[in-house]
Design a binder for this molecule. Sequence first.
Ligand SMILES: [Zn+2]
Ligand SMILES: [Zn+2]
Length: 189
Amino acid sequence: MTTTALDPTAPLVFDTAELRGAGTTMHVAREIPAPEAYGLEAVYAVPKGAVLDIDVHLTGVSEGVLATGQVEAVAEGECARCLAPVQDALSVQVQELYAYEGSVTEATTEADEIMRLQGDLLDLEPAVRDALVLAMPVTPLCRPDCPGLCAECGVPWDELPDDHGHEVVDPRWAGLEKLRLADSDGESK
Ligand SMILES: [Zn+2]
Ligand SMILES: [Zn+2]
């Protein structure tokens, strides 16, 4: 497995050299634009360029660096029932251990279990993305009891009177009518 080299100037890549030796903490509080969309664009996502409000402590531990803190961002999407625009302020906790290259932790775990540092560079982005995506609803709704759309005319129930309805021929009767006609021609059976 090849890993791409981290860009030390990326907004979520931090040089943690000063945390070597354990016990030291670095506080990172900044607002940065989301480098890419997190989630399902057009359905429900923190859009690319949206503000990520990062407030994280990076602490040197013997095996690496522990990142703990909070990330806030606004997700946008569509209500799954009525298609109205939805906006949610997400606030998520981040807690992630980044192992030093050559540490016992690195040697005894898989790269997808525990994150790695590259030298002293720590990439907070995957942890931020994962935390935000995990906090997203499976079914985004404009409100928990959204009644959705009328299946006949597609108008949101919220905009329709309580007695709204449609005069429709019951499809079961339409089917029977076809059978009756077929029987009378003698074509069926
Ligand atoms: Zn809705
Ligand atoms: Zn209708």
